[in-house]
Design a protein around this ligand. Structure first.
Ligand code: FMN
Length: 197
């Protein structure tokens, strides 16, 4: 396996104490770490994030540190439960706090849903597009009590989907990260031109 210095920020978008989203994100980050990625987990149950207010967001205690964590990441791995066919407020609130920090980065998504999570996945893709981020061409979704039971992943299908996601995050995250850094350092008129210092 090639050496990687890929930095992944994994975001747990459920405040639920026994969250199945957290279980699956944890499994994905274990595999990414085993592949040599640098992992940072942002879990709002442990690190509450105030509701985004454009007037005060930058003054929040810990905001600069959180912004630096988002900036350091090459890939943002987003986990959300399906709430009313969309994403949780917790994940949307995180996404509301940033945009230019996401530009040119890869988003990978995992949705806990009883209905395949297609609309929630699409809503995450929409946010990525609005923020000039890339997404993998698919999302992983799963169902509690079928795929995850008592804090364990019990379905082979979900395990295989996660293996695929982990591999693609590593490979496409590297490719896009390299090009993003080159574009930020270069002078061509691509979409990252406006993000140069
Ligand atoms: C407020 C609320 C709304 C929900 N809406 C949906 C929904 O529209 N479709 C669905 O499949 N599941 C829905 N669910 C179920 C959750 O997506 C599901 O229980 C998920 O596994 C919870 O993940 P978590 O344990 O990580 O929080 C909803 C749950 C809550 C609490």
């Amino acid at each position: 396996m090639p050496e990687t210095s890929l930095a992944v920020l994994a975001v747990v978008g459920s405040l639920h104490r026994d969250s199945v989203t957290r279980t699956v994100i944890r499994r994905a980050v274990q595999q990414l770490a085993a592949d040599g990625c640098t992992i940072d987990v942002l879990d709002f149950e442990k690190e509450p994030l105030a509701l985004y207010n454009p007037d005060t967001a930058h003054d929040l205690s810990g905001y600069a540190e959180l912004q630096a964590r988002v900036e350091r990441a090459d890939v943002i791995l987003l986990g959300s439960p399906d709430y009313h066919g969309s994403v949780s407020g917790a994940i949307k609130n995180f996404l509301d706090h940033f945009w230019s920090e996401f530009a040119g980065k890869l988003f990978a998504t995992i949705v806990a849903s009883h209905e395949k999570g297609l609309t929630a996945t699409d809503h995450l893709r929409t946010v990525a597009r609005q923020c000039y981020a890339w997404t993998l061409p698919y999302g992983v979704s799963f169902t509690e009590d079928e795929d995850v039971k008592d804090g364990e992943i019990v379905s082979e299908t979900l395990k295989q989907r996660l293996q695929m996601l982990v591999r693609d995050v590593r490979v496409y995250g590297e490719l896009l990260g390299r090009q993003r850094r080159a574009d930020l350092a270069g002078n061509e008129p691509g979409f990252l031109a406006k993000h140069r210092e």
